[in-house]
Design a protein around this ligand. Sequence first.
Ligand code: DC
Length: 225
Amino acid sequence: MVSIAIDGPGGAGKSTIAKALAKKLGYIYVDTGALYRAIGLYMLNSGADTKDMSAVTPKLAEIDVELKYVDGAQKVILCGQDVSSEIRKPEVSMAASDVSAIGDVRAFLLDLQRDMARKNNVIMDGRDIGTVVLPNAQIKIFLTASAEERAMRRYKELVEKGVEVEYETVLKELNERDYQDSHREIAPLKPAEDADLIDTTGNNLEQSVNMLAEYVSKRLGELEE
Ligand code: DC
């Protein structure tokens, strides 16, 4: 099986690019952030303090989370319910980042992620895929772009969805989340030593998809040699 790991900060375009590449290659796209978001959502709904390990850890036993694929699109099923849209709400982003710093939460989701890669050719995106989840992935990419540009992309996405929000707020929250994700003790966001750094600042999405597609097909060609 071939695994392609794409890590990087929020709003770098990981999911859109990975989704497009997966379609091109006939791989399964695994959005691991969605799993942390599902746990974050569960904790918010049950009133647990998402930063408090002693509140979060015991509740993990109540949670059943699965990934399903409908026409190639990933759906997140939390305790039998499709929460794929709900987990995209801005308040869930920070809750996901909070719970993702808790070791028991990361351990809880690890097998599920590795299992997907054992059974399928995958493009998996997240924060620790190349470093922790799939250290033997054949291709590892660390995708980034300037904070201002990532925030602008997020801002536009939210406005398109009809969410009322200010650009400055989006930028502040993105910076907070990146700081928290890169400074946690367990599996912090950082490039794997053997990852290639790709910066998409100044690109539109189509240009980024093409840039990555070219890069991945070159690397896959090298693997076959
Ligand atoms: O990719 P995303 O924005 O949907 O991820 C939401 C949060 O989940 C992110 O702020 C940190 C956490 N996360 C993680 O810790 N490890 C991953 N592999 C993916 C996401």
